[in-house]
Design a protein. Sequence first.
Length: 340
Amino acid sequence: MSRLLVHPLQALFAAHERSPQLPVCDHYAGIENRMRRALELQGGMADQALFDVTLDLEDGAAIGGEHEHALLAAELISSAANRFGRVGVRVHGPHHPRFGDDVEILLQRAGTRLAYLMLPKCGSANELLTAVSAIARAGRDAGLTQAPPVHALIETHGALRDVAAIAEIAEVESLSFGLMDFVSAHRGAIPASAMRGTGQFAHPLVLRAKLEIAAACHAAFKVPSHCVITEYQDAAVIADAARRAATELGCTRMWSIHPNQIRPIVDAFAPEPEAIDTALEILLQAQAADWAPIAHRGLLQDRASFRYHWHIVERAARTGRLSPAQARAATFAPDAGAAG
């Protein structure tokens, strides 16, 4: 006789508990040759997008050339170079005079090929809601059935105060910490060392901001993204920062500002092979027991630990760490039949 196998997503999670499955690295590029190079790297690193590319209009455009830079971004997103459809754009902030033009150009010319819009400089949840509404209107004007998701930068006192409410906004997919602007907003009260290397993991005000962002994201099933690391030539510093972001601060994604940073970030966020093997063993054993509690290697495992191990498998998939056999085991169809 046969029975139906229930997929972990169906067995363990309600629909609202499923977080967006984003690559663990978000690579920023704002100058044309770096934008093109980033797309080449993304398309050639693996058979999936191991990192997102965010084309930067806020800091990448020359003064007076903002319109043309937005047109270039839309052209690149619409091109064959966007192999995986995982290219987003950081637009100018909602109070900037170029915000509306950025959004209109991108939605009209890139449309559904645009993975997300990153919004900087929002001072409150209400400001972000107003920006989200403007994006939705521009999407309708462009003939889109749905506007792209929104990623937001938490870099002002007001945004940090409202971070839980911001994370709850339906259109928001991910929140990032804007380290430089946040430190600058303290008017010299936070030392410059808090913007560099290990310093940003030591200052209490900076750590508080990072932890509040991560906690708000996890409570709302959104993706917390760690901020930039300015060091791009010191491999040890890059790897240590990525490891700490992943293991100490609860981040599931991190910014890159130089190609040297991409691989260390992906490696730091990838589960260890032993953890992947254990997670698959537990999930397959639990599935065979119809998701009732099980004993595995002398330890009790139940739905709480099943959910934990499923997240390990998801992260392994996002970082390219699953072999073909492991991928088949982890991604069986929800209604696949099996002999029993």
